[in-house]
Structure formats: C-alpha cells, structure tokens
Design a protein around this ligand. Structure first.
Ligand code: IMP
Ligand code: MG
Length: 207
C-alpha cells in the first residue's frame, strides 16, 4: 500500500518535470501544459530578486505579505534567500474561480494577522495581470500607514493591464497566455508543477 503510494508520487514528480504534461483528468476537456519557464530559471531569478530587495533595504526588517494561494511557492523560495530580518503574513482575495478570465471584481476573503503600521512591506504576488488585485490591495494597505510598500511579482503580463499599477521587482515578463505551475492554478490544479507553463484547454473529447 505504502509502496504503491510512493510509486504513484514519484510518477507524479516525473510528470511534473516533463516538458509537456497531459493530466488524466476526469473532465471532458483535453488540457495540456507547455513549459514556458523552467524550474532552474525560476530558482535562479528568485535568488536574484532576493538580492535586489536586500540591496535596496540593506539594514531594514522586511515584512513580506503574500497573496494566497498562488504566491506561496514564490514566497517561500524568496524569503529563504533574503538575508537578515524578515517577517511574514498572508492575505487572500477572491480571484478567477474555475475560469481563466478575471471577473474584474476583487474581494478580501482573508485579512492579515498583524498590523503593518510603520513596517516596510513587500507585497509578494504570483502574477500581475490586469492589475485589479494589486490596485485593490495597495489601496487597502496604504490606509494602514506602513513605512513604505514595495511590490514583488514573479510574472508580469503587461499586455493585459487595466489598472495603473506597477511592480518594483519583476521575475519574468511573459506574453498574454494563461499560465499554471509554481503556485499558479487552473481550477485549483497544477500548483505543484515545478515549472511555469502555458495551459491549453483543448476541444472537448469523449470520455
Ligand atoms: P489581476 O487582478 O488581473 O492582476 O490578477 C491577479 C490574479 O489573477 C493573480 O494573483 C492570479 O491569482 C490570477 N491570475 C492572473 N493571470 C493568471 C494566469 O495566467 N494563470 C493563473 N492565475 C492567473
Ligand atoms: Mg494571486
């Protein structure tokens, strides 16, 4: 039983690392993921971003605020590579649900645990798309009187921008494609992929 579970897990790991991952989902839609940014490139770039952030604030305590759930993988890798004093908190907002298009409406679904007053806050986001989420969050945070706020995003899709916001630290600028992996999901799936890949929702197929 245990052996079967382990074998199953290692199979999933191999699949997660392959360049073209076709999950056997029960849905009637054939989905596939084409690798856009490899695990190695993500790790290298996140390390550079950590250094950029620490270089800008060499002596300050940094309060990293991650937007659940997509940015959790990015947060943990980033936080471990920033030297010195770090604290963490989490916030959650409503997002895409099971679709690939945003509703444009942003709602706070989980607030921070602690006050950000007087702190140097780094907002950690997985992807900057229309910018509606970030615009909403920045408005909320600015009212709470932080010392200053900076924004770190792993991915930036500038073509889709509707709100007038920008990130201070950007991992990768990507084209207008729906991506999954390294925390990013489609209907809660694919977050565990090590790479970031473009999701294709193919034509409906018979079961
Ligand atoms: P925005 O408000 O349109 O900028 O979208 C921000 C949020 O939408 C991100 O934090 C993601 O959770 C989600 N999102 C945007 N683009 C993608 C994508 O390509 N794949 C998965 N989630 C996305
Ligand atoms: Mg997000």
């Amino acid at each position: 039983m245990l052996r079967a579970a382990l074998e199953c897990r290692s199979f999933e790991n191999i699949m997660a690392k392959s360049t073209r991952y076709k999950p056997k989902s029960k849905s009637k839609t054939q989905e596939s993921v084409r690798t856009l940014i490899s695990c190695e490139d993500i790790q290298r770039r996140v390390g550079q971003m950590a250094q950029e952030i620490r270089r800008d604030f060499p002596t300050e305590a940094l309060h990293l605020v991650a937007v659940l759930k997509g940015s959790v993988f990015f947060l943990t890798d980033l936080a471990r590579q920033i030297s010195g004093d770090i604290s963490l908190d989490f916030i959650a907002v409503s997002s895409y649900g099971n679709r690939t298009e945003t509703s444009g409406e942003v709602k706070l679904t989980r607030d921070l645990d602690s006050s950000i007053e007087g702190k140097t806050v780094i907002v950690v986001e997985d992807i900057l798309d229309t910018g509606m989420t970030l615009q909403y969050l920045l408005r909320v945070f600015e009212q709470r009187k932080p010392r200053r706020i900076r924004v770190a995003v792993l991915l930036d899709k500038p073509e889709r921008r509707l709100a007038k916001v920008r990130a201070d630290y950007v991992g990768f600028t990507i084209p207008n494609e729906f991506v999954v992996g390294y925390g990013l999901d489609y209907a809660e799936r694919y977050r565990n992929l090590c790479d970031v890949g473009v999701l294709t929702l193919g034509t409906k197929v018979k079961k």
